[in-house]
Write a protein that binds this ligand. Structure first.
Ligand SMILES: Nc1ncnc2c1ncn2[C@@H]1O[C@H](COP(=O)(O)OP(=O)(O)O)[C@@H](O)[C@H]1O
Ligand SMILES: [Mg+2]
Length: 342
């Protein structure tokens, strides 16, 4: 049984001028201890998918369709939940998730820099997170915080420091310690290193991966940088315009991509291809999700697009076992039988 399974999940945000369909019909799964890279250009719905899993969507966001199962338990879209009126649903989710968050799933936020409360000491905040879930004394929690500090490469002497006394890198490590505090089964790291300088990025990433392997946690690493995924993940889900365009094992997807968007993304990163050729850049930009194009949401930018792509939204095709592509021509692309039309 998969640790995490999303089945046809759609998330919409209500805005003044209509509805932003931020996540549409998304399905993927993750086993225990596995790492999934969730990639795609900015605005394609990665953070929204993470907030759907952790049930942390803002007031105007709602899971309108689909189910999310975690460790055998339906945490979104259960019959019980869906039978409730929207107002009561929020309270229901709140209650359900109180234990669940941090204990089972924890998240390293995109804006981790501001995730600590400025008026409390960092060590105390992590200690409180531990005590909220484990029945331990203050002293025991403090001991655990010291261990965590060592684990993430923070000097335990800084345990009584305030957030403003920490550098950006230290705060990021603090957030990682916080995410690890309750030994979650799944960690979701949303662009965990974007606020750090390049050298720091590599270090922190390598450390997250080490820790995750050591502790046997599953991880979803969200990034717009596909080369990061090549280094850390076993599976990859490539998102575009709120949809998963390609999903599968790293090797399958990198060696034999079956989707034009995925192919474009792969060709635009040098470290994967390894050859010295000019980097490709996908022309155009992602659509406005409140007013997306007809048919396949990628067709205006796609060099393989045919008539059908303008008219009909494609379905997910399994091109080989556990390797999926959202494209009318997935099989042809997979088999190298399609040529560019522009
Ligand atoms: N609270 C919100 N209200 C309305 N639209 C939102 C909100 N949060 C995100 N969006 C929109 O949802 C889409 C997906 O955003 P997001 O999940 O943050 O993408 P990513 O993490 O891939 O950059 C974008 O079009 C974004 O503008
Ligand atoms: Mg994001």
């Amino acid at each position: 049984m998969a640790l995490l399974e999303l089945k046809n999940v759609s998330v919409h945000y209500g805005i003044q001028r209509g509805t932003v369909k931020a996540v549409e019909n998304v399905s993927f799964n993750l086993d225990r201890g596995e790492t999934l890279g969730l990639v795609g250009e900015s605005g394609c719905g990665k953070t929204t998918a993470a907030f759907a899993i952790t049930r942390l969507l803002p007031e105007n966001g709602e899971i309108v369709e689909g189910t999310i199962t975690f460790d055998g338990r339906i945490i979104a879209g259960s019959e019980e939940e869906m039978a409730l009126p929207p107002k009561k649903r929020r309270k229901y989710v709140e209650n359900m998730m109180t234990d669940f968050r941090w204990d089972e799933v924890s998240m390293i936020f995109q804006s981790a820099m501001n995730a600590f409360n400025p008026v409390f000491k960092v060590g105390d905040q992590i200690g409180e997170a531990i005590r909220a879930h484990d029945d331990v004394t203050k002293e025991e929690a403090r001991k655990k915080v010291i261990e965590l500090f060592k684990l993430v490469g923070l000097d335990p002497e800084r345990i009584d420091g305030f957030p403003h006394e920490y550098s950006g890198g230290m705060k990021q490590r603090g957030m990682i310690a916080m995410a690890l505090a309750c030994n979650p089964k799944l960690i979701i790291a949303d662009e965990p290193t974007t606020a750090l300088d390049v050298i720091m990025q590599d270090r922190v990433l390598a450390e997250i991966r080490d820790l995750q392997r050591k502790l046997g946690m599953a991880m979803i690493i969200i990034t717009h940088d596909i080369s990061v995924v090549a280094e850390v993940a076993e599976k990859i889900a490539i998102m575009y315009a709120g949809r998963v365009f390609e999903f599968g094992g790293i090797e399958s997807v990198f060696e034999r991509p079956a989707n034009p968007y995925a192919m474009g993304l792969l060709a635009s990163f040098p470290s994967i291809i390894g050859e010295k050729k000019p980097l490709y850049s996908i022309p155009g930009s992602p659509p406005d999700l409140a007013n997306p194009p007809s048919g396949c949401k990628f067709h205006p930018r796609c060099k393989f697009a045919k008539e059908i792509c303008k008219d009909e939204e494609p379905e997910l095709v399994e091109v080989e076992p556990n390797h999926f592509s959202l494209c009318h021509f997935a099989l042809e692309l997979f088999n190298g039988q399609l040529s560019e039309v522009r």
